[in-house]
Write a protein that binds this ligand. Structure first.
Ligand code: GDP
Length: 196
């Protein structure tokens, strides 16, 4: 249960993130995937995270303190960095810095719109996370836009795609911000893993 959710700070420099060592959960995905809507749904707030629709908006790391005991971190949509040779350097530096420096990160949630075929950038981002040993789950968004059969089919197709390069598939959640599907499951996962 989320009782309190407070905005703490926004910044673009991981070294300026809160010094607290409270456990953190980071939410990340491509722009428009439904991240702000999901954060608002999970926290039961209308406008905690600003819903976008404005590509190219300032890229910030947003910290929210939940129940005064853990941080929900809203990360900006990822895109390829301009200079992209090694897989590590493919993504914006402050995003890779965040994942590599924040020792208190318990887990990330990589958001994926369940309606689309697996996208190269999402697969590459998960590959980066796997190679870097950063724990993550997938959150499939906008499930209300699909019929139950299509939800199962698309999620399975996604796992099949991942198994081409992964030995096992990550934990995943099916969610909808309009119907609150998946809310309890995601919060329960956070509850169960959130030990200081
Ligand atoms: P962000 O850029 O990832 O933060 O995405 P937003 O939360 O701003 O959502 C992008 C668009 O998708 C908006 O028009 C939302 O209303 C819509 N959207 C987000 N989540 C859902 C959902 O669960 N169901 C439906 N039907 N639409 C959604």
């Amino acid at each position: 249960m989320i009782k309190t959710a407070e905005f703490i700070m926004s910044n673009s420099d991981v070294d300026k993130c809160p010094k607290d060592t409270l456990p953190e959960y980071a939410f990340i995905g491509r722009s428009n995937v439904g991240k702000s809507s999901l954060i608002n749904m999970l926290t039961n707030h209308k406008n905690l995270a600003k819903t976008s629709g404005r590509p190219g908006k300032t890229q910030l790391i947003n910290h929210f303190l939940i129940n005064k005991s853990w941080f929900l971190v809203d990360l900006p949509g990822y895109g390829y960095a301009r200079v992209s040779k090694s897989s590590k350097k493919k993504f914006q530096k402050f995003i890779t810095d965040f994942f590599e420096k924040r020792q208190q990160l318990v887990s990330a949630f990589v958001l994926i719109d369940l309606r689309h075929e697996p996208q190269k950038i999402d697969l590459e981002f998960m590959e980066y996370m796997g190679e870097s040993g950063i724990p993550f789950s997938i959150i499939f968004t906008k499930a209300d836009k699909l019929k139950p059969k299509a939800i199962a089919r698309n999620a399975e197709a996604y796992m099949k795609e991942l198994l081409k390069t992964w030995e096992e598939t990550p934990n995943y959640f099916i969610t909808s911000s309009t119907s609150a599907v998946g809310r309890d499951e995601v919060l329960q996962f956070i509850d169960e893993t959130n030990h200081e």
